[in-house]
Every structure is written in C-alpha cells, then in structure tokens.
Design a protein. Structure first.
Lengths: 653, 210
C-alpha cells in the first residue's frame, strides 16, 4: 500500500513537473488521502427490531410494543391487507436507528407515539445494539455485545438528536470503511462562488432503503445533488474513488477561487471605471468652471497696469487742468485787453468826432468867468495856434489820426491774441475732456477688475476641488499589478495532475466492474420478470442504458414497476460482483417499502419477490425486508416465520 | 488808456440836455429852446448813457410791463453791439448815487454858448440847477450828427434814455436806479460795477419765453 501510494505521488509529480515534496504538501493541506486499496467489505444484518410507546388519537390508542426477534439472512416481509397499518413505520424506525436521524417519511404521530426503540444488528459477526429513548428529547447509547450476549461495552452515548446522528454516522462510516464524499455545489448566484458539500452516512445509508420514489437508480438523494455516480462508485468499492472526489473538489475550489477572484476583479474594475468616469466628468466640469473665472494673476496684472495708467492719466489731467486754468486766465486777460482796446478806439473815435465838432465852435466866453472873448484874442489864436482862452497850443487832428492808427493796430493785435488764446483754451479743454474720459474708462475698468478679484475665493475653492478630484482620479485609475497567484497556479497544476492520474486509475478498474455489474443486472431483472430486457449498460455516472424488446431505452424512461425492479437488480448485481471480487461497500441489507403503490402492479411485486427469494438463497450475506400488501406471491415465497403480517385490517403494532 | 475826453463827454451831455429837456416858451428869451431840470436828473440820465447794461435792464423791465417788443429789441441791440463793453464809461457811487464831475463838460458847452446854466437859489444854497439849451446848442446837435455820423449813437441813445426816464425827476430816477442790487450795494466812492452777464442772461430767458 505504501508502495502504491509512493508510485501514485511520483506519477503526479511527474505529470505536474513538480517536486514530490510539493505534491505531498498539497495532499496534506487539501486533505486528499490516497485510497489505493479498500478495506474488505463489512456485512450488516439486522437481528432484532423493537420499539414501544403509547398511541393516542386513534381507535386502538394506548400503550403498544413491537418486537421482531431472531432476524437473519434471507427474505423478510411485513404484510398488511390494507395500507396504513404500520409496515412502512417499521422500516422508518430501522432507518432512524441506523442513521440516528428520522427520515421525512416517518409520520409525525408515529414519531410522537414511540417512546423507546432498540435495534440489534450484526456487523460481520459482532453484535451491536443501539438503544434510544425518544420520548421528547432523544438519548441513548450504542453498545457492542459479546458473543455470549451477557457482556457489552458501550461504544458511545448520545443525549440529543444531533449527537445521535453523529454517533451513528461516525460508527458506520468507520465500520464500513467509507469515506465522506466531498462534492462541489455550483452557486446559482453569479456573484457568489459555489461551495464544497460533504455528504456522509445519511447519503450512503440511502442505498439500503428503497422507498416509493424511483427517480434515481441508487440511494435516495435527489438527482440535483449529483450524488448517484459517487454513491455507485463508493458501493462498487472502487479504490481511488474518494481520493478522486476529494481531488476534484479541491480542484474546483481552486478554480473557483481564481474564478471568484477574476469575477471580483471584473466587478471592482467595473466599479472603478464608473468611479473614474464620474470623477473625470466632475473634474472636467470644475476645470470648465475654473476656465471661466479669469486667473487671479491676470486680474491683478491687469489691475496694476490699469492703476499705473490711471495714475499717469490722472497726472496728465492735473497738468492739463493747470494749463486750462492758465489758458482761461490768459483768455480773460486777452479778452479784457481786447475789449479795452476796442473801447479805447471807440472812445478815441468818439472823441475825434466830438473834437471836430468843437473845433469849429469858437469859444464866445470864458468857461471860468463867462466873460466874452475879444476879437484880439481870436486873431492871436489864428496866428499862433494858441488857445484864445488859456493860451495853450491847440493840437492838430494829425495827432489824433496817428493815435487812431495805433489804436486800430492794437485792436487788431488783441483780436489775434484773443483768437489764439481762445484756440489754446479750447485745445486745453478738448484735451482735458479726453483725459477725463480716459480716467472714467480706467476707473470703470478698475472697478470691473476689482469686482473680479471678488471671485478669488471661488477660484481658490475650485482649484482645491480640482486638486482633490485629480488625486482621487489618479488613485481610482491606478491599476495594480495583477498578482499572479503562483501558489494557486502551482496548486492547480498539481491538482490537475492528481485528478488525471487518479481518474485513470479509477477508470481502469471501473470499466471491468461496470461491465460485470451490467451483465448481472440483466440477469436479475429478468428473474424479476423483465424478460424482454436483453442488455443493460451501467455507466460511471450512474446512468443506466437498456435494450428492452430490442429497442434502446434508459432507466428514466421505463415504467415505475420496472424502475423498482431495476433498482433492486442494480443493488443486487453490485453486491454480488463486489462479493466475487472481494471489494464493494454495500453492507448487504436492503429494505423495500410498499412496492404495491399505484404505479407498481401486483404482478411486478410478485415477480420481484419471487426473484428475491431465489437470490437470497444464492447470496449468503443478503438480508432483504419487503413491506407490502399481503399477496399470494409473498406468502408463497416468504416463509411464515419470516413474515409479520396482519389480516382483517389489523395493525402490525 | 486814461485819456481826457472832454469834447466827447460834453457832446454826450449836450445830447442828454436836448433829449431830456422840456420846451422853453419864454418870449423874452427866444434864443433858448428848452430846459433840463436838475443836476441829479442829468446824472441819472448820464448813468444810463454810460452804463448800457443798466439801461438794458430798464428796457427789459419796461418790456415785461407792457410787452412792447421795441424795448426787447433795443436791449438786444445793446448786447449785439457789445455796448456794455465798448460804451461803458464807469461812474462812482457817491452820496446821492452815480456821480461824476461835469464841470469840464458844462464849461465847454457854456463857452460855446450851447447851453446856459440857471437854477433856483436860496440865500445860501443852490436848490436846483437847471440847464437851458440854446438854439445854437440845438443846431450843433443836428449838425454834429451830419458832420460826424459816428456821433449819431449819442443822439439816439439820449433819446432812448429820455424815453425810459420820461417825466420823472432826478430823485425818482435815482430811486429807480437803486433798485439794482449791484448798484445799491456799491460802496460810497466805489466804481459801480457792470451787471452785463446777469442782464444778458435775463435777456436770453425773456427771448426764449417770448
């Protein structure tokens, strides 16, 4: 065995191109145990079934006790002439005690009525007893009895339903050298991964009970669990099966982890992309906002330039104002001078005219004393051109003309000066107006730009927001180096190698086995009355292909009665082939419930019973219990001591 | 230019005396044509002759009273011809209003026998000085305008002043002239300042509303 293990590990290491140490380490960490050889099959045989309690709510209420002793190999039957007379309950009680857990088929009232139950069975040749107090809570023990039956050792006790189940599962799994089946269940949710499910005794024990549901060929687990193939492999007792199951489960787990990781990566990538998109949009909007707000620097630069221009223009304005003042003063002066010149000229012209008038008016008297001026004085004046009154020289009109020319020249000059001063003043005024307009303009611009400076805070806020968004975007857009899970990759390679290597080993053994089982299956089915069945091919996946009446069909397509017979035939074939080869895991106990249900005809049952009777004689370690309606076929083939039956609508207990 | 202008001043007075006089019908004195009563009246006349802006103000007052466009027109002409500047001969304010010594002018007129000066006298004090215009004086007024047309302004202006003054005596005219704030507020001995700009403004307003 050690040699086989080593050889197996080496093959895996070669396939995976890894060290043996690595393979061993992985096997340990993944709890994959090599199973090159299986322990010899163990046989289970019921010796005694007993249960008691108190019925209520029925016509025969009151205390009851059922006890069926002296059971052994062969065919046993529980018969009633009507349904609902307790035969199924006997089967369910056995099932409860073997599994430690009642099946859902156990009636609630029966569960309540039963206060205590006991099952004695032989495991190979050693007698055991499981005894349970079931009134209310469950408690009890599992004991190994000595061959004399007097001494016994308690293997385990239990004080709750879950403990009971644990005790029985632990005991039988170990006793029958069965390994738990680790199975992979895919998740129905995309976001979640599948998970590993471990099936144990509850699943295995199903192969010993045939109820009224014939959906699956082997056991009683629903098709969806995908357990049929595994159960078959297990019951066939193929080596490496549990190793393969564990390796496949580990392989799926690793693949799933990788898948989960990539799924998470995709989801987080998606989330990240959305975030990057949102951030980018936010950033673009903020940048756009910012671009609409002129930069503070440009505003300040503009303002400073404007202030310089303003100050400059203001200085020019001041200078121009002073010049205008001067020009106005000059204009006023010149104007005054001009008016004076004109007035002087006017005065002079008037005076000249008045003088001319007076010149021809000779004085007649002295203006001082009013005395008449004598002729002598008048003559004297004509001669000397001296005034006849005061004796002063009389000015000529030539002086006045010269004066007139001079005054006219002055008026003209003053007019020119006035025009010039007016022009100067107007020029200064125009220039001043232009300067003042510039100042107003600069002032407006300064006010406008100063108002823009008010947006400084808003700009700062935006710049801060952009910096934050930028940082977030960089962070969000960061793509980490994909962490190559070298370890997982390495593990996966080894696991693939394990699966391939182990699968090959399983297949080699299985093919021959399945062929033998298929051939035996046809023989049994024919003995159960399916005479038109000519071929059967049991596949590794527990599918059963048939040729019936020359036409190919399969297990799922035949009638319920045929299904029942095929189920029993398959188990029997597996038991027989395993027996011959010294492998196989089926403990040799089979309990068949109520074959006389609506879909199964009495003829089918008769044929089945007839066949079973013969087979039980051929197979020394085979114990079959059949629960059904009383029929001649059964009573003919099952001896009276092997029967528990009622008549006249009586109850079995 | 501070020039002596005795002849011009004398002629101005002569035109005033002719325009503001009343007919003299004394058979004994056929050479006298008219009489101008009172020196104060003469000074009042002369003030309006020498300050065309003040005269314009009077013309506007009259126009406002009777609405006769002639007065408005006359005031307008005064400004159009820059008379407040060109024709202004400043006077000072004295005890009884605008004053100037007229001795020289009156002497010139008297020495040519264009006027004669008379009056009512008490024993110690001259009560009123009257001025008589001689036929020769009247003749000179007429011939001077023909000989020197530039002098026609004086003749016309004296007529306009006389029209404004009417029959009013010197005291009444002085009171009239005191109505002008600027005139009234002038210190004694100070030159009575022009009111050209305010009258021009008033004229402008009246023309706009007219």
């Amino acid at each position: 065995m050690a040699r086989l293990n080593k050889e197996w590990i080496q093959s895996i290491a070669d396939r995976a191109k890894k060290d043996v140490c690595q393979v061993e380490s992985l096997l340990a960490s993944r709890h994959i145990v090599p199973t090159p050889v299986l322990a010899s099959p163990r046989r289970l045989m019921l010796v005694e079934i007993a249960f008691s309690g108190v019925k209520d709510g029925v016509s025969d209420d009151g205390p009851f006790e059922f006890r069926w002793e002296g059971l052994g190999n062969g065919l046993w039957a529980m018969l009633t002439d009507q349904n609902l007379r307790g035969k199924s309950s006997i089967m369910e009680m056995v099932r409860w005690l073997i599994r430690g857990k009642p099946s859902s088929n156990l009636q609630d009232d029966v569960r309540r009525w039963v206060h205590g139950a006991r099952l004695r069975f032989l495991l190979d040749d050693v007698e055991h007893e499981v005894c349970a107090q079931t009134k209310g809570s469950v408690s009890g023990s599992l004991k190994r009895l000595s061959s004399s039956g007097s001494e016994h050792s308690t293997l385990a006790t239990f004080s709750s339903e879950s403990e009971f189940e644990e005790v029985m599962a632990d005991f039988f799994m170990r006793a029958l050298a069965m390994d738990a089946i680790t199975n992979w269940r895919e998740s129905s949710n995309d976001e979640k991964a599948g998970q590993t499910i471990t099936h144990g005794w509850v699943a295995f024990s199903g192969a010993m009970f045939i109820g009224t549901n014939y959906d699956v060929l082997l056991g009683d687990m629903p098709v969806e669990t995908g357990l049929s193939a595994r159960l078959m492999q297990m019951y066939l007792g193929l080596p490496w099966v549990s190793t393969l199951a564990a390796a496949k489960s580990a392989q799926k787990s690793v693949l799933n982890a990788a898948d989960q990781k990539s799924r998470q990566r995709a989801v987080s990538q998606k989330v990240k992309q959305v975030r990057v998109d949102n951030l980018s949009a936010d950033l673009a909007a903020k940048r756009d906002d910012l671009s609409r707000i002129p930069s503070d620097k440009s505003v300040r630069d503009t303002l400073s330039a404007l202030n310089i221009e303003y100050a400059d223009t203001k200085r020019q304005e001041l200078a121009m104002l002073k010049r205008l003042e001067r020009e106005v003063a000059a204009l006023l002066q010149v104007d005054a001078a001009y008016q004076e010149a004109r007035r002087d000229l006017q005065t002079h012209l008037d005076s000249m005219a008045a003088g001319a008038v007076f010149r021809i008016l000779d004085p007649t008297c002295c203006p001082r004393c009013d005395h008449s001026i004598g002729e002598a004085k008048k003559k004297q004046e004509k001669l000397t051109h001296c005034c006849s009154v005061c004796g002063e020289s009389i000015s000529t009109s030539e002086d006045a003309d010269l004066m007139k020319i001079e005054l006219e020249g002055r008026v003209k000059a003053m007019k020119a000066a006035l025009d010039n001063a007016t022009l100067n003043q107007q020029d200064a005024q125009v220039k001043l107006t232009i300067l003042q307009k510039s100042i107003d303009k600069f002032q407006d611009q300064i006010e406008e730009n100063t108002a823009k400076l008010g947006s400084f805070e808003r700009r700062q806020e935006l710049m801060m927001a952009i910096a934050v968004l930028d940082g977030r975007l960089q962070e969000a857009a960061f793509v980490p180096e994909p962490d190559n899970d070298i370890n997982d990759d390495g593990d996966l390679m080894i696991l693939n190698a394990i699966v391939t290597e182990t699968n090959e080993r399983v297949n080699i053994q299985r093919e021959g086995l399945l062929k033998d089982v298929s051939a035996r299956l046809v023989q049994y089915a024919q003995r159960f009355g399916m005479h038109n069945l000519s071929e059967a091919s049991l596949k590794g996946n527990a599918n059963l292909y048939l040729v019936k009446g020359g036409a190919p069909t399969s297990y799922s397509k035949v009638t319920e009665g045929e299904k029942l017979r095929l189920k029993v035939a398959t188990i029997l074939a597996m038991i027989e082939v395993a027996e011959q080869r010294g492998i196989g895991r089926h403990p040799g106990l089979l309990m068949i419930d109520s074959p006389a249900s609506q879909e199964v005809s009495p003829e089918d049952v008769d044929q089945l019973i007839t066949g079973l009777q013969l087979i039980s004689q051929e197979l020394p370690h085979f114990q079959v219990f059949v629960a059904g309606r009383t029929s001649t076929a059964i009573t003919e083939h099952v001896p009276a001591e092997n029967r528990r039956e009622t008549s006249n609508s009586g109850f079995l207990w | 230019m501070n020039k002596r202008t005795p002849h011009r001043d004398a002629l101005r007075i002569l035109f005033i005396l002719r325009a503001g006089g009343t007919q003299w019908d004394v058979p004994d004195e056929p050479e006298i044509v008219s009489i101008f009563k009172g020196e104060a009246r003469l000074l009042a006349f002369d003030f309006w002759m020498r300050n065309p802006d003040y005269l314009a103000a009077e013309l506007l007052d009259v126009f406002e009273q009777n609405g006769d466009n002639v007065y408005l027109q006359a005031a307008e002409t005064i400004f159009e011809n820059d008379e407040p500047d060109l024709r202004r001969v400043p006077m000072i304010r004295y005890l009884f209003g605008a004053y100037d010594k007229m001795d020289d002018s009156l002497s010139l007129l008297r020495s040519r026998d264009l006027i004669r000066i008379t009056g009512l006298k008490s024993k110690t004090k001259v009560k009123e000085t009257d001025f008589l215009l001689t036929a020769k004086g009247k003749e000179v007024c007429t011939s001077a305008v023909i000989q020197e047309p530039i002098l026609k302004w004086y003749s016309d202006r004296a007529e306009l002043v006389a029209k404004i003054a009417g029959e009013r005596g010197g005291t009444a005219l002085k009171q009239q002239q005191y109505v002008r704030t600027t005139y009234a507020e002038t210190k004694y001995g100070g030159v009575i300042p022009p009111i050209t700009s305010e009258v021009r403004q008033r004229l402008k307003q009246l023309k706009e509303t007219a």
